[in-house]
Design a protein around this ligand. Structure first.
Ligand code: IPE
Ligand code: MG
Length: 231
């Protein structure tokens, strides 16, 4: 979700007004995903690098997170949405951690959309953390370095129980991954839109999905192989 700051500057508003408008876009996109029957939506809400932003902006973002979670619990329950989080949750203020845990626990039995908030998240961190855990498994004699497979390693990542994303949408026109799900996006389709996040709505989401549906996902194979059903 990118472009909140630019959205605000274009209107001569403080950056935080852009973040506030961004929350409305979150609400619209989450509800549309639930309506469309999408299984998983991961929102990159805050990166480990974002802690280096001005203190007031970080504080305002944490307050917005807390308010969003409290306000949205009812909508999540009504729409059968299960909330999860990935990232260094212990970095976020204790109060927000508590709210987050409560909403996750409360919605854990929901069976529709799984909404994953990436908070204080870093793709490299995720991989490093997995490598550390895997190393410990080796030390305990539960894993064997020579036989390590990609699927084994994936099970140590924070997304162990989440399928790799089919589609990654980046708003505000930036052509970079910015330390999001590095391992998980190996074969993800990318969609970059110039639309700033606060302006991104349900129609934009459907347009992105339309484009995704027109893509040929070859996973390294040739078109001919895909057509003949060879795998
Ligand atoms: C939102 O957009 C991303 C968050 C960290 C919440 P930005 O705040 O990065 O907006 P720009 O890039 O300054 O426009
Ligand atoms: Mg940005």
């Amino acid at each position: 979700m990118d472009g909140n700051g630019r959205w605000a500057s274009e209107r001569n508003l403080p950056r935080i007004a852009g973040h506030r408008a961004g929350v409305d876009a979150v609400r619209a996109v989450v509800e549309e995903c639930a309506r469309l029957g999408i299984g998983y939506l991961t929102l990159f809400a805050f990166s480990t690098e974002n802690w280096k932003r001005p203190r007031e902006e970080v504080g305002a973002l944490m307050t917005l997170l807390d308010q969003y979670l409290k306000k949205e619990l009812e909508t999540l329950m009504e729409n059968n949405i299960r909330l999860k989080s990935i990232g260094r949750i212990s970095d976020i203020p204790a109060k927000s951690q508590q709210t987050l845990n409560e909403v996750c626990r409360h919605s854990s039995g929901n069976t529709g959309l799984t909404l994953i908030l990436a908070l204080s998240y870093s793709g490299r961190d995720d991989i490093l953390q997995a490598a550390r855990e895997w190393g410990k498994a080796v030390q305990r004699g539960e894993a064997e370095p020579d036989s390590l497979q990609a699927e084994d390693f994936s099970s140590f990542l924070s997304t162990a129980d989440v399928p790799d994303p089919d589609l990654l949408i980046r708003t505000s026109g930036e052509m970079r991954i910015s330390n999001f799900l590095l391992w998980q996006v190996a074969y993800t389709e990318f969609y970059v839109t110039p639309r700033l996040w606060p302006d991104f709505n349900a129609d934009d989401l459907r347009s992105a999905i339309k484009v995704y549906q027109s893509r040929e996902r070859r996973f390294g194979l040739t078109s001919e192989q895909l057509r003949s059903g060879e795998r």
